[in-house]
Design a binder for this molecule. Structure first.
Ligand SMILES: Cc1cc2nc3c(=O)[nH]c(=O)nc-3n(C[C@H](O)[C@H](O)[C@H](O)COP(=O)(O)OP(=O)(O)OC[C@H]3O[C@@H](n4cnc5c(N)ncnc54)[C@H](O)[C@@H]3O)c2cc1C
Length: 484
């Protein structure tokens, strides 16, 4: 039997259904380590993700303590730290769950080689996807480019394995003195903002960690899953699961979601119809598809999937970009979304599509500018989902919205937020306007504006772009690359 094992936590901050942790826990004693790696060529986490990580590590540490284990946190280059730790603690087995960004794959491959060369058993697992990105292919074995056949092929592979229970007990291996001095306290990592502390809205909105994830999921199964299919497009309602940051940090696995949903439906305990459940699972499918795309296109966050877009005549306009980031474009649905993002670290999917389309098409700003802002401000900023979704909206991605599909943010608001409840929540200065005026206050009569105490250009900005002009300019720009 293995005496001493080490589990390296990365994007799998949970105990249940954690195949690599389960494998490490078979040993007589286990080291559980998280390494904050800021110097390598992996993309640094954004501010909101750092906040989440800090809270999630706290929760993980408490959960490990309660099982007799211990979380040791290190900071630095895993390629140096892990082999040193393995050698000094005489570790025989190292385990981790796989990641899918190219620099992480390269790092893991080098580490596996080095550790195996030193006689250590290295075991890696799939802990975050229903299917590995290379397991779903076209009939000729090539990567998939379109979601519907991808998801059909993924489903045809059959039921995902049943999730694993959390290890019953862990025995923490005492660390040698040479390593003890390198262990960091969470506060030392400086992951949470202090001056200014902008995370108040995040604290109000979220409970990071495995317990928080499971509670949110249970809540969703009992409630918002009922009517999810039609309701998921209504940003004023709490009608989606809000599991995205929990999934991003691996506090819950898609296998757990899949099986718990199936069990709840069979026993009649889940709210909602078969259509609601299928729609929800297909969103998990979009996450899988995004990882498939990222694995096969490592530069997804920086390079156009469709290279015709390399010639696209993007605008450069820092003032408009700043106004978009701050929710001061003068277009209510766009500003409401950007303010929700700033306050809570999350934005409703429908509104994400609208604000992204507005940035790319009406302002003609490069999708990478928006992707980078989302990366910094979203608690669910995800290397696959964020990049794939931005390219999808831009029209440069796989199975993307066609270039001529330009969301009109006014009609989007009228359709999906007809009473303006979402806009009123995030832009209180417009709250007094009627349902008809709230989506385009610049068209309201002088009397209506006066009555609602709105002064365009003073209490709320005038639109930074004329929507019809912006739309035509985008169509012309897209035509230039289509023809050229
Ligand atoms: C411009 C843009 C950027 C985005 N950036 C991210 C991101 O960084 N991280 C992220 O997780 N999602 C991203 N999304 C996808 C989607 O908006 C969020 O996953 C969703 O809003 C999260 O809310 P939820 O958990 O309540 O979703 P639910 O509707 O409850 O869906 C359940 C889960 O399915 C997955 N999912 C849902 N929609 C999508 C989608 N379109 N693509 C991929 N996976 C999906 C998520 O993991 C989500 O938690 C982005 C979408 C757009 C348009």
């Amino acid at each position: 039997m293995t005496k001493r094992a080490l589990h390296w936590f990365r994007d799998d901050l949970r105990l249940a259904d954690n195949p690599a942790l389960t494998c490490a826990a078979e040993a007589e004693a286990t080291v559980c380590v998280y390494i904050l790696d800021e110097g390598s060529d992996r993309r640094p986490l954004g501010g909101a993700s750092r906040w989440w990580l800090s809270r999630s590590l706290t929760a993980l540490s408490e959960a490990l303590d309660s099982k007799g284990g211990r979380l040791d946190i290190l900071r630095g280059d895993p390629e140096k730290l892990l082999p040193a730790l393995v050698e000094s603690a005489r570790i025989e087995r190292v385990t981790w769950n796989r990641r899918y960004e190219a620099p992480s794959i390269a790092l893991d491959t080098r580490l596996k080689e080095a550790l195996s060369g030193a006689g250590v058993e290295v075991r890696s697992f799939n802990g975050s996807l229903l299917n590995e990105p290379w397991q779903v292919t076209t009939r000729t074995g090539t990567p998939m480019k379109v979601f519907t056949p991808y998801w059909r092929a993924a489903r045809e592979r059959g039921e995902p394995d049943a999730p694993l229970p959390a290890p019953k007990r862990l025995t923490a291996l005492p660390l040698p003195d040479s390593i003890k001095g390198k262990i960091c306290g969470l506060a030392e990592l400086g992951l949470e903002p202090t001056n200014p502390d902008w995370a108040g809205g995040l604290r109000e909105s979220w409970t990071p960690g495995e317990h928080g994830a499971l509670a949110r999921f249970d809540n969703f199964l009992d409630g918002a899953l009922g009517g999810y299919a039609p309701g998921r497009d209504k940003p004023a309602r709490d009608s989606t699961s809000r599991l995205s940051p929990h999934l991003r940090f691996g506090e819950i696995s898609p296998r757990q979601i899949w099986h718990a949903l199936g069990t709840a439906r069979e026993s009649g305990e889940a709210a909602g119809s078969a259509t609601d459940a299928e729609k929800f699972l297909s969103e998990i499918g979009w996450r899988e598809f995004s990882y498939h795309l990222l694995f096969h296109n490592p530069d997804l966050a920086t390079r156009n999937y469709d290279s015709r877009f390399d010639a696209f005549p993007w605008n450069r306009d820092d003032d408009s970009l700043r106004r978009w980031q701050r929710g001061l474009t003068g277009i209510p649905l766009v500003d409401a979304g950007m303010r929700e993002l700033w306050h809570t670290g999350w934005m409703h999917n429908r509104v994400r599509m609208v604000v992204a389309s507005f940035l790319i098409k009406h302002l003609l700003l490069d999708w990478r500018e928006g992707e980078a802002w989302f990366w910094d401000t979203l608690v669910d900023a995800d290397p696959a989902n964020n990049a794939a979704s931005w390219q999808w909206v831009a029209g440069s991605g796989a199975d993307a919205a066609p270039y001529f599909r330009i969301f009109n943010p006014v009609t989007q608001g009228e359709t999906h937020d007809p009473q303006g409840a979402y806009i009123r929540r995030w832009i209180p200065e417009l709250a007094g306007l009627s349902d008809g005026d709230i989506h385009q206050p610049w068209k309201a009569s002088a009397a209506a504006l006066r009555e609602a105490s709105v002064r365009i250009g003073e209490t709320y900005p005038a639109p930074i772009v004329d929507l019809a002009f912006g739309r035509q300019r985008a169509l012309d720009a897209f035509a230039s690359i289509r023809n050229g």
